[in-house]
Design a protein around this ligand. Structure first.
Ligand SMILES: [Zn+2]
Length: 157
């Protein structure tokens, strides 16, 4: 198994401190039928506290954003990467010192998942209701870009 070398904080030019020495990545699991995505409520003890976000985390130096995002999904939700289909992988928030890549993958709402200790629960949320949740600030700042990308993806299905 390749070395996990991505864990660590970056003090960014934007004034924030971000997790992931080589940036971070996460995955939006999208069910086109129900127009929902799989969100997780992060555990109280995690950085940023009890807020909603998507599975994701620090990238290792040898990983592509897709590899990192799917590894985090498999660690945090016990979903095997073969069970989802990546359909969008060129979206990222670039902070110069750090970046966050958001990958979109198709998944069925029927897929089985199990949260790990980093989350209290995970559930499917309709796009229209996502902004009503108490969101992780990083996810909240990317949400309009993500929603645009979701609409592009849905136009093809
Ligand atoms: Zn920043």
């Amino acid at each position: 198994m390749a070395e996990r070398d991505g864990d660590g904080w970056v003090d960014c030019q934007c004034g924030a401190r971000h997790w992931g020495r080589f940036g971070a990545a996460g995955v939006v699991l999208l069910d086109p039928q129900s127009k929902s995505i799989l969100m997780q409520l992060r555990a109280e003890w995690t950085h940023g506290g009890r807020v909603w976000g998507i599975p994701g985390g620090a990238r290792d130096s040898h990983e592509t954003p897709i590899e990192s995002a799917l590894r985090e999904m498999s660690e945090e939700l016990s979903i095997h990467p073969d069970l989802v289909e990546v359909v969008h992988d060129n979206m990222w928030a670039d902070h110069a010192d750090w970046s966050y890549h958001t990958v979109i993958a198709l998944a069925s709402r029927e897929i089985e998942f199990q949260v790990n200790e980093e989350a209290e629960l995970a559930e499917w949320v309709e796009f229209a209701k996502v902004s009503e949740l108490d969101l992780h600030p990083g996810f909240a700042s990317n949400w309009s870009d993500i929603l645009n990308a979701i609409e592009d993806v849905l136009a093809k299905y």
